[in-house]
Write a protein that binds this ligand. Structure first.
Ligand SMILES: [Cu+2]
Length: 309
């Protein structure tokens, strides 16, 4: 069966006509064509769109995504080009307060999170956060770097379910952990081994309240605003505790992404009334490595393809 093609060729005789050839390309997923690609040097980082400079330089062998199978329509009848799942990539992702999600939207978020984890795509993204070479905490890169980081996570989730956007957790208002996440403690394969999410809610900090966030918003310059917001953000991490309290494991917990979406939302709201107040970054510091976006690319969330409601 594997050599069907070559066997066919050998069997071709003078009475075989071109009309016997199939009219349309009919892909056989059980016997994919050999493109001659070498396996990636580091199969944990196959996709440069998500993992930036971490991605292997060798072209990965193309493996159709399960979702592609679901939407792939070969259209044998009329020989028109096959239909794929294109069209969702450029939709605006609308990030909602998690309290506004329907049960279906909650399930879709958790299912997509579980899927990218099962595919081995989440662990490498978490590992990027543990590498301090990216200088993403305690300096002006904090807000723009995590804005791109969230975007990469959202892109991963949308590969599994194009309807999923990262919800935000307005912890200052809620003063509580989202109940629907309490039972969700995934195990993520990190470079250092598997890590199972733990929490120690409320044990080591108080959650900043609405007044604390309002005080952050009164800062007039980026240099004053950003460290104040990072401080509020730090307390959220410590309040959840467990995995969230440690930089290398924090992104294993889905609340990490929802917490950072809230921090990013607060920054976006502040930006609308502080035009021209941007992170003081230049040269290499202005590049959000391991990705290629520069600080200027991070200023406009609509241009990045998402919005907060
Ligand atoms: Cu971080």
């Amino acid at each position: 069966m594997a050599n069907e093609k070559t066997g066919k060729k050998a069997a071709h005789g003078p009475h075989d006509h071109r009309s016997h050839e199939p009219l349309c390309y009919d892909p056989d997923y059980r016997n994919p064509p050999d493109h001659g690609h070498k396996p990636p040097a580091n199969p944990r980082y196959p996709d440069p769109r998500i993992y930036g400079s971490y991605a292997t330089k060798n072209p990965p062998r193309y493996i159709p995504h399960p979702i592609e199978h679901a939407c792939f329509k070969p259209r044998k009848d009329d020989c028109k080009p096959p239909q794929t799942c294109n069209g969702h990539d450029h939709d605006l992702c609308v990030r909602k307060d998690h309290r506004m999600l329907t049960a279906d939207e909650q399930n879709r978020f958790l299912n997509a999170f579980t899927q990218i984890n099962a595919l081995g795509a989440l662990g490498p993204l978490v590992d990027i956060h543990s590498n301090s070479v990216h200088q993403m905490h305690g300096n002006p890169r904090f807000l723009p770097w995590h804005r791109i980081y969230l975007l990469r996570m959202e892109e991963l989730l949308m590969m599994v379910d194009p309807t999923v956007c990262i919800p935000y957790w307005k912890s200052s208002e809620e003063q509580a952990f989202p109940a629907w996440l309490l039972g969700f403690t995934p195990t993520v394969n990190l470079a250092g081994g598997p890590h199972t999410v733990t929490r120690n809610i409320g044990a080591f900090a108080t959650l900043p309240n609405a007044a604390a966030v309002a005080a952050v918003m009164t800062n007039a310059t980026f240099n004053a605003f950003a460290p104040a917001l990072e401080g509020v953000h730090n307390s959220g991490h410590v309040w959840v505790g467990g995995s969230m309290g440690i930089i290398p494991t924090a992104p294993c917990d889905p609340i990490f992404w929802m917490h950072h979406a809230e921090i990013d939302r607060i920054w976006a709201a502040w930006q609308t009334t502080h035009a021209g107040q941007n992170p003081p970054l230049a040269g290499a510091a202005a590049i959000m490595d391991p990705w290629t976006e520069s600080e200027t690319d991070t200023r406009d969330i609509a241009a990045l393809g998402y919005a907060y409601v």
